[in-house]
Design a protein around this ligand. Structure first.
Ligand SMILES: Cc1cc2nc3c(=O)[nH]c(=O)nc-3n(C[C@H](O)[C@H](O)[C@H](O)COP(=O)(O)OP(=O)(O)OC[C@H]3O[C@@H](n4cnc5c(N)ncnc54)[C@H](O)[C@@H]3O)c2cc1C
Length: 397
């Protein structure tokens, strides 16, 4: 079993916000959604168009620096406020949250584990969105089993020469910089001791593959990153010490899981909102279908699931902001909220009947997008096993 080296996992914990300031920020997000996002979501999603104008507006609102500390030009938001923003946006269009969320996971790795020079150099540019990117862990042969990655970095003077391929990387084409997980010692035993994390900016030796044609999560680009004799300056090794990459890459998982949970909450609540409206407008047998008991049973379950998902997610985020250990809470929130998103979107599809199958209605997007939530930040199969293991450890016989 791997044990974590001493790392500053708490760098972004203990944050608070004035409730009035939080409410004002959330109001601004509401207005932006109404005026700018809702009118264009269907066109962008159906045509898989990267929303350049919305990305510029997200940068103006500070979303690319939402969780980056204020000393680096970010908003320094607590996890609870960030989760509420993600819930709100995801209740209309989950995919665009991925554009700043993957970027913020990269930024968190630098903020928590980077050297003072790395933080000073990279974080201000990440915070404004001048440099945007994401997290590059997964490889064609290794997703869940991250320690099986094959990308290798070999020291060569004041550089590392990196060779390998990453796949399924969010923001691959439109981003210019990634937190890249590699092996600096492929023969290390245990395997995690040979892993390191680099800040990899696009330059010679770093190319991208074709944009993947996905079921959902449209408009945000996912593709391969290919490294062929890519020379990374040694000062781009995060933290400056080899062998810490596995913990640096997985050290942000609590916040990552709270973020995916928040997306799940947004999808659950959005599906509920659409189904509630449709059920009151659609009539059969002389009355709105909302008055049929079969539909009421569905709505009753959906509203309960959405509420439970929200409460579990805020519970984990509040624990995170207090600086408490919350890996199990974040895991439970991620698991429950992502399953709630799938179930609520499927139930909403049934309430819409035949129209659910038409791309003229929004609900089919919620169904397509929700399925991803069960895969990212640790699959839900792994999530349940991790929750159970932690629970058993806390409750020895
Ligand atoms: C749209 C999209 C965006 C993504 N964005 C990114 C990104 O930005 N950066 C990035 O690095 N990756 C990204 N990923 C990759 C994602 O993180 C992986 O797909 C995920 O980690 C699962 O890995 P895998 O696909 O290799 O599945 P596998 O690891 O092959 O798993 C296959 C199945 O086996 C199960 N399984 C595996 N091991 C075990 C075990 N030990 N016990 C029980 N069950 C097990 C899994 O739960 C799953 O059901 C993205 C994926 C998608 C689809």
């Amino acid at each position: 079993m791997a044990t974590a080296p001493k790392l500053d996992l708490m760098a972004d914990q203990g944050r608070t916000i004035d409730p009035a300031e939080e409410a004002a920020f959330l109001d601004a997000i509401d207005r932006w959604l109404e005026r700018r996002v809702i009118p264009v979501v269907m066109h962008h999603d159906h045509n898989d168009i990267w929303p350049a104008e919305l990305v510029a507006e997200m940068a103006e609102m500070g979303l690319f620096g939402a969780t980056i500390g204020q000393q680096y030009g970010g908003l320094g938001l607590p996890a609870t406020t960030y989760a509420k923003i993600v819930m709100k946006i995801s209740s209309y269009w989950m995919a665009i949250t991925g554009i700043f969320n993957s970027h913020l996971i990269m930024a968190a790795a630098v903020e928590r584990f980077g050297t003072p020079e790395q933080k000073a150099k990279w974080l201000p540019k990440f915070a404004t969105g001048e440099i945007r990117g994401g997290l590059a862990l997964t490889e064609p042969n290794a997703g869940t089993d991250l320690q099986a990655i094959r990308t290798v970095a070999r020291r060569d003077g004041d550089h590392y020469v990196i060779n390998g391929t990453k796949t399924w990387i969010s923001n691959a084409l439109n981003g210019s910089c990634f937190a890249l997980l590699v092996k600096t010692d492929p023969d290390a035993s245990p395997r995690y001791k040979g892993m390191s994390l680099f800040i990899a900016d696009k330059r010679d030796g770093f190319t991208t593959g074709k944009k993947f044609d996905k079921l959902g999560y449209k408009s945000i680009d996912s593709a391969e990153l290919v490294f062929q004799d890519y020379r990374a300056p040694a000062d781009q090794l995060i933290g400056g010490v080899e062998g810490q990459g596995f913990f640096q890459a997985t050290g942000g998982l609590e916040l990552g899981r709270i973020n995916v949970a928040a997306r799940g909450v947004g999808l659950s609540e959005g599906s509920l909102r659409l189904a509630t409206q449709y059920a009151q407008e659609r009539h059969t047998m002389g009355k709105p279908i909302a008055e049929h008991q079969a539909i009421q049973l569905k709505l009753g379950e959906m509203v309960t699931r959405a509420r439970a998902a929200r409460l579990l997610t805020l519970d984990a985020a509040e624990a995170y902001d207090r600086g408490d250990r919350c890996d199990m809470e974040a895991g439970m929130a991620k698991y429950f909220a992502s399953e709630a998103a799938v179930e609520n979107s499927q139930e909403a599809m049934r309430i819409y009947g035949g129209y659910s199958y038409s791309k003229e209605y929004d609900i089919e997007r919620y169904y397509r997008d929700s399925l991803l939530m069960c895969i990212g930040e640790g699959t839900n199969e792994m999530q349940r096993m991790i929750i159970a293991k932690q629970w058993l450890k806390m409750n020895p016989a």
